[in-house]
Design a protein around this ligand. Sequence first.
Ligand code: CU
Length: 126
Amino acid sequence: MRHKLASLLILGALAFALSACGGGKDSGPQASESPSASQTASQEVVIKASNWEFDKPEYIVPKDTPVKITLELDGGHGIKIDEAGINLGPGHESTVVTMKAGTYEFKCSIMCGRGHKDMVSKLIVQ
Ligand SMILES: [Cu+2]
């Protein structure tokens, strides 16, 4: 019981830390506290999907740069962007892609229920 609560608190703190550094301006490559998270990608974009929304209306991705795209799932949702070679969902929640500049709209790729059609967002690659 107590242990579970502690885990939840740690998760909450992690989520906060991730979101805190996700929306800022281009601050250079100094944020690399977890080397295990990055294979060849120097940057990571985290997209959180829950019932029934993505956590942001748009996600900024640096162009022509290997970026790890991670889908954080709360429920059975997915993302599929054919032009970018992105196809994420339960069981395969991250990938590394290098994208050309542009705006890539996406929606939830898994029929997840009542609010499915409201799950839209976009990647802005710049
Ligand atoms: Cu859906």
